[in-house]
Design a protein around this ligand. Structure first.
Ligand SMILES: *[C@@H]1O[C@H](CO)[C@@H](O)[C@H](O)[C@H]1NC(C)=O
Ligand SMILES: *[C@@H]1O[C@H](CO)[C@@H](O)[C@H](O)[C@H]1NC(C)=O
Length: 384
């Protein structure tokens, strides 16, 4: 995509958002109170005002927050209605995808129902390494991503903004680096997203050190401690939520300045808190509170389990497909575990559409088993 077209499209998006906001602001408020910096600002806004680290006695919203709520209200009241809705698959990866052939199989025959975007943070040019057609030319302008830093959120927002330019994209799925596989066939995943009315964002209130322990009072007044949320990074959001995420500056800048890795910053990782907390504040009822990407933490280690060749068995994959409740464990000493059924459109449903982490060596085994066994039997599991 040419830079000029991109720049033009960005301006267009900005103009549309600004005029919606402008109309609302003119209607509801006297305009002198709000500067563009509060909603869309960037480098102009580095002189962020530090509030005293104590919550106000009663809740007062800032101008920027009220403007954000107005934008959210407007967007959420108008579901997008494309006649040919597509799903945007957004791959966040350092380099080539080891399961490229598998994804090719997954997309085959569904042209026109999906778009692919690749943010390759370490290989500026992937063009020469792709083996299959679906990924060629789908890389977006990328920047290096430091683990656990705000760059990760920047890359997510970069992917969202690119994908939003296509007005047929109605659902935006963030897929993990290189070790992620589709657990269901394309049709199942398409219906799951397009036929539902929520976004799938992992989101819970962890009172322990890895949850509220990472909250700093500098997040005030916009974010109160009880609004702070934690969850896995891999989201799948509807169009309105994607728009809110790229338009936000009020909450984003708090995370940019006050949520960083390292002991002195209480090991705050923006990718585990920003999207989760922001969307929880904007539209709590519009979130699933679990992620559709399965990962196995049962070994209780610092990293989740990595699946090897011997783990790739039909039965194992089917057992992951059949899971229909999600589990959140707090990081407190006692480690309180909550189990909640996965509810979609008022019905209990299987939770997971994707799974990680599969080692690259499992590629051939997965290619044999997924299309012919797992994806085909997946539908029956749901009905049973
Ligand atoms: C997710 O949690 C919020 C409260 O934080 C709740 O309002 C919402 O209904 C929950 N979502 C589902 C699908 O149960
Ligand atoms: C989604 O649909 C269900 C059932 O049709 C309904 O109960 C729920 O309120 C809806 N949620 C949203 C966010 O529209």
């Amino acid at each position: 995509m040419s830079t000029r077209r991109l720049a033009f499209a960005c301006w267009l998006l900005l103009l549309v958002c600004l005029s919606v906001l402008g109309a609302l602001i003119a209607y509801h408020y006297t305009p002198r109170n709000i500067t563009p910096c509060e909603v869309f600002g960037s480098n102009l806004c580095v002189n962020i005002e530090l509030r005293p680290p104590s919550p106000p006695p009663h809740r007062e919203y800032t101008d920027g927050q009220i403007a954000s709520f107005a934008l959210a209200k407007e967007l959420l009241s108008k579901p997008s209605k494309s006649s040919k809705p597509k799903i945007a698959f957004m791959f966040l990866t350092p380099g080539p995808l080891p399961f490229e052939n598998l994804w090719e199989q997954f997309f085959k025959g569904y042209e026109g129902l999906y778009s692919i975007y690749v943010h390759a943070s370490e290989l500026a040019r992937l063009r020469s390494v792709w083996k299959t057609g679906v990924f060629i030319g789908r890389e977006i302008r990328s920047q290096k991503v430091g683990w656990g830093k705000i760059d990760m959120v920047d890359a997510e927002r970069r992917l969202l903004a690119q994908a939003l330019l296509d007005t047929d994209n109605e659902f935006f799925v963030l897929l993990s680096e290189t070790r992620c596989i589709p657990l269901r066939d394309f049709e199942y995943i398409y219906d799951y997203f397009i036929g539902g009315n929520i976004s799938y964002v992992d989101c819970f209130d962890d009172p322990g050190p890895h949850g509220r322990g990472r909250y700093l009072d500098y997040m005030l007044p916009e974010i109160q401690k009880d609004e702070w949320r934690k969850g896995a990074q891999w989201f799948a959001v509807k169009r309105q939520h994607a728009l809110l995420l790229v338009a936000d500056h009020v909450y984003y800048r708090k995370f940019k300045f006050f949520c960083k890795p390292g002991e002195t910053n209480r090991n705050c990782y923006p990718d585990e808190h920003y999207v989760q907390t922001f969307l929880h504040i904007m539209d709590p009822g519009g979130l699933s509170n679990w992620t559709v990407t399965h990962v196995d933490w049962s070994e209780g280690k610092w990293h989740p389990k990595s699946y090897k060749v011997e783990d790739v068995a039909a039965e194992k994959l089917r057992s992951i497909q059949a899971i229909d409740e999600h589990v959140h464990a707090t990081s407190t000493l006692k480690g309180q575990v909550t189990t909640v059924p996965c509810m979609r459109n008022g019905q209990r449903r299987p939770c997971f559409l994707f799974a990680r982490k599969f080692l690259p060596e499992t590629a051939d085994a997965l290619l044999t088993i997924l299309p012919k066994v797992t994806w085909l039997t997946g539908r029956e599991v749901v009905k049973g």
